[in-house]
Design a protein around this ligand. Sequence first.
Ligand SMILES: N[C@@H](CCC(=O)N[C@@H](CS)C(=O)NCC(=O)O)C(=O)O
Length: 287
Amino acid sequence: MVQLNDRDIATREVLDWKGLHLFHALPSSCSQKTRIFLNLKGAPWESHVVNLGNNENMDAWYLGINPRGLVPALVMDGAVHIESNDIMTLLDGAFPEPKLIPEGRENEMGDLLHHEDDLHLDLRTITFRFTRPQGKAPKSPEALDSYRAGGTGTVGGREDANKKREIDFWEAVARDSISDEAIRVSASKFRTALDDIDGRLTEAEFLLGETLSVLDIAWFIYVNRLVLCGYPLARLHPNAENWFQALRVHPEFFKEVQVPAEYQASLDANRRQQEKDGATLEQVAGL
Ligand SMILES: N[C@@H](CCC(=O)N[C@@H](CS)C(=O)NCC(=O)O)C(=O)O
C-alpha cells in the first residue's frame, strides 16, 4: 500500500484538506479505474483534473503531491495515497458498500492486481503507438527537465526509482519511437493474460466469481484501451468480449469511457493510416 510520508510531500497545503480529493486525468486508464470505483461506491469526492497533454503532472506543484508525477493521486483527510490499485483497496475498507474486494480473498486480489499493474507500461506502449501519429516525441525535453527537477523524489521516505523508469520510457520513445518488436512483446503479454481471463469467464459472470470486484474494474479499463487500439477482442477472447459489453452499458462504467468526438475523429484518422500502411495492431503483433 503506498501512502506517502510527511517528508515525501512538498506541496504542503494538501495536508490540511478534508474529505476525498482525487487528482486524475480524463482519458487516463488508471484514473478511469478509480472513477468507476468511486461511481460504484457513491462516495462524495472532489475532482482535481490534471492535464497530461499540457504536462501538468510534471510541474513542481503536482510533483509536490505525487513525487512519481503520475495520476491518480488521492488526498484523504490530509493523507496522500498513490497507485490506483492501492487507492481502490484503501477505499474499499473506508466505504464498504458494495464490497468490491471479496472477504477472505484480499491476498489473492493483491497478487492479481499486482500482475495487472505490471502490464501498465505495456499498455502505454500499445497506446502511444496506435492512438497517435508517430514521429513526434510525446514529452518535450523541457517537460522532462521539469519532471526530473520537481518533487522530493522520495516515496515512503525512500529514494524512489519509478520517476527514472518513467523518464527512461519517454526518452526511449522520443529516440527510437515504438518498434514493431516492442508491440509484439507487449501484445503477447496481453494475449496470455486475456486467455486466462477468457477461461475464468467460461465458469462465472465476473473474474472472481459471481460478484463484481475491483479486478473486473481494472481489467475492464485495460480491455477498453486495447479495443480502442484495435485489439481483436471478440475474435480472440469471445467470453471476455461478452463480459466487456455487459459491463460497458452500466452508467458507472459507460460515462468514464466516452470518447469525445474530436478525439474519436483523430483515432479514426490514425486507424485509416495504419490500415493503408498495413500496420494495424493486429498486423504488427500478428494477432
Ligand atoms: N501504477 C500507477 C500507474 C499510473 C500511471 O502511469 N498513470 C499515467 C496515466 S494512466 C500517467 O500519469 N501518465 C503520465 C503521463 O502520461 O505523463 C497506477 O496504477 O496508479
